[in-house]
Design a protein around this ligand. Structure first.
Ligand code: FES
Length: 109
């Protein structure tokens, strides 16, 4: 599969997450305060809730339900109750277009 256009860069507000679904894969897309675009799995690994309804703080996205903060870089939760990471997707910026391939995740150590 190739990367698909999911949003325009100009559609994103800083420090706000937007949910997109590509081929049935829910992804939270975030423009952080430093202007970097991140894409992580949108389903919290603690409960079946949408992370994009949570809160962006720095390079983390906090689950609104119980407060686990997921790193936008590694996908790892930085605090309980979640302990399993969410996937991190490769983001390509082409002009104003944000492209994501839901089958390509970043290898994060
Ligand atoms: S559902 Fe996300 S921390 Fe509980």
């Amino acid at each position: 599969m190739t990367a698909q256009k999911v949003l325009n860069l100009s559609d994103l507000e800083q420090d706000t997450a937007v949910r997109v679904v590509i081929d049935d894969v829910p992804i939270a897309v975030v423009l952080d305060s430093s202007g970097e675009v991140h894409a992580i799995g949108d389903t919290c690994t603690h409960g079946d809730v949408s992370l994009s309804e949570g809160f962006v703080e720095g390079d983390t996205l906090e689950c609104w339900a119980h407060g686990s903060q997921f790193s936008l870089r590694s996908g790892r939760p930085l605090n309980l109750p979640a302990y399993e990471p969410v996937p991190v997707y490769v983001v390509t910026i082409d002009g104003d277009e944000i492209l994501i391939d839901p089958t390509v995740t970043k290898e994060v150590n």
